[in-house]
Design a protein around this ligand. Structure first.
Ligand code: NAD
Length: 492
């Protein structure tokens, strides 16, 4: 499915508070479609008053929701899942329209979000807490309790998926959840909120607050918001983590990335060509797991030719989506120019790509492959967030790992090889939290958790999977003794 239609009228995007859509009281901002370069939505910044209203209703709703048995809470989210599945095409079209993704990518993101929802739904059978007799007549037990009102701040690039990393788990565990979507892609929030409403989630348990930096700061500073989940760039992730920590507040902030692929001469040429090209061109390079540095060990010319061949065949506007804003297109073009000035050769040039006529006002860069740069150059070190792959030739796998290890980020690293020995060397030595073998985008599937390390993550644990349960809840430890008689065990 391709995108060919703009909405007749811009979408009106409001806050969702106490089960109703309410216009935020702050300044107006517009939302553009990267495909068309045209306004597709209008929204407003949330003020402190808006946030106070939302928190007030969330707090009283949570008092009941938190006491509702886990199995009952889960039933609402089963209905939510059915609604999302039945509306998946409609939601994916909106995601694509506002984020620049292709329809297929948008739908894949939503389905990955639904996978996390399914994990949350499984908790009713798997998260029983645990109880044991620790001494004669004395038991210890875990009871998981919700935190209260919690919040999540998400980036532009996966409008439906990233919110679904945290929303289902936080809600199933009994919290009230407030979502601050990216101001660049807030349209999807309308569909998620309406789906939760239709599923029968009590009013106030889920809220949406529109806005940017100021809204996030109001959220972090609010004493009744007990935890913050954040996903976005490292600069902002660090600032959000710091601000929340200063309030003694629980925060987990996932940041940006610079992901490496180690390519060895024995790798399958077709597998590597497709996997590496898809990794740096998929979502137009705007994903935190995209490959951006290719560490080419030894003679891998045939592989590079294959990567180039696949990348050049990518159809812009259909096989590959758009760049989020005009400013980001300008930034990427300037970064390519700077790399060339530093001595890079350009193997594939994505500047001024050919795009279908209907998208000519949109924001585009085609797949770009650079080579001949030093490890310390900008295109090798910094996150650019576009479909740009920089090749760094390396003599040995050790040299490749040194470059990977010296990068401050730590999201993903993959190796393409047929050797178990070399694959293991990368698994053991990469300084990235998600490692792949013959896979360009090593995103763990549920129940395995998602999360980076170093400058790609601030805070402890991962954002999905088992560790996320302790982030969105408190574990109460209860020790009981009901018998009067004294035994010879000291604990009795
Ligand atoms: P961003 O950091 O600009 O914005 C993310 C969110 O933070 C938005 O909701 C935005 O409104 C808010 N925000 C912006 N500036 C702020 C400030 N100064 N204080 C408080 N809040 C602020 O990120 P983006 O451009 O929307 O998304 C792209 C970035 O996100 C890339 O760096 C990408 O790698 C990263 N990302 C990381 C992951 C991950 O899992 N690690 C996943 C997706 C995206």
């Amino acid at each position: 499915m391709t995108l060919t239609e703009l909405p007749d009228q811009p979408h009106k995007i409001d806050n969702f508070i106490a089960g109703s859509w309410v216009k935020p009281k702050g300044l107006e901002f517009t939302i553009e479609s990267p495909y068309f370069g045209k306004v597709i939505g209008v929204s407003h910044e949330s003020t402190l008053e808006d946030i106070n209203n939302a928190v007030k209703s969330a707090k009283s709703a949570q008092a009941l929701w938190g006491k509702t048995p886990l199995k009952e809470r889960t039933q609402v989210l089963f209905k939510f899942r059915s609604i999302l599945l039945s509306e998946a095409d409609e939601i994916s079209k909106i995601v694509a329209l506002e984020s620049g993704k292709t329809f297929t990518e948008a739908k894949a993101g939503l389905m990955k979000g639904i996978e996390v929802l399914e994990y949350a739904l499984s908790l009713q059978n798997s998260d029983q807490g645990g109880k044991m007799e620790v001494s004669r007549g004395v038991t210890c037990e875990y009871i998981r309790e919700p935190l209260g009102v919690v919040a999540s701040v998400t980036p532009f690039n996966f409008p439906a998926m990233v919110v679904m990393w945290t929303l289902p788990i936080a809600l199933v565990l009994g919290n009230a959840y407030m979502w601050k979507p990216s101001e660049k892609t807030p349209l999807t929030s309308k569909f998620i909120a309406n789906a939760l409403n239709k599923a029968g989630l009590p009013s106030g348990v889920f809220s949406v607050l529109q806005g940017g930096q100021e809204t996030v700061e109001f959220i972090i500073d609010h004493t009744d918001i007990k935890a913050i989940g954040f996903v976005g760039s490292s600069r902002v992730a660090k600032a959000v983590y710091k601000r929340a920590s200063n309030h003694g507040k629980r925060a987990l902030a996932l940041g940006g990335a610079k992901n490496h692929i180690v390519l060895l001469p024995d790798a399958d040429v077709e597998l590597a060509g497709q996997g590496i090209s898809d990794s740096f061109t998929g979502c137009a390079g705007q994903r935190c797991m995209a490959a951006s540095v290719l560490l080419a060990v030894g003679d891998v010319d045939r592989h590079i030719q294959q990567i180039k061949h696949v990348a050049e065949a990518t159809k812009i506007g259909d096989g590959m989506g758009a760049i989020i804003t005009k400013q980001q297109v300008d930034f990427l073009n300037a970064a390519i120019d700077r790399a060339i000035y530093e001595g890079a050769q350009i193997l594939v040039d994505g500047r001024n790509p050919k795009v279908p006529e209907i998208f000519k006002e949109g924001y585009w860069i085609g797949p770009t492959i650079l080579t001949g740069l030093k490890p310390e150059s900008e295109a090798v070190k910094n996150e650019l967030f576009g479909p740009i792959l920089t090749i760094v030739p390396c003599k040995t796998i050790t040299e490749a790992l040194e470059i990977e290890n010296s990068n401050p980020y730590g999201n993903a690293c993959s190796v393409f090889t047929n050797s178990g020995h070399f694959a293991q060397k990368v698994i053991s030595n990469a300084k990235s939290a998600m490692v792949g073998v013959n896979i360009g985008v090593p995103v763990p599937r549920e129940p395995f958790s998602f999360g980076g390390m170093n400058e790609s993550k601030f805070g402890h644990g991962d954002i999905t999977g088992p560790a996320s349960l302790n982030f969105w809840s408190d574990l109460k430890k209860v020790t009981c003794k009901w018998q009067k008689q004294k035994d010879d065990n000291w604990m009795s």
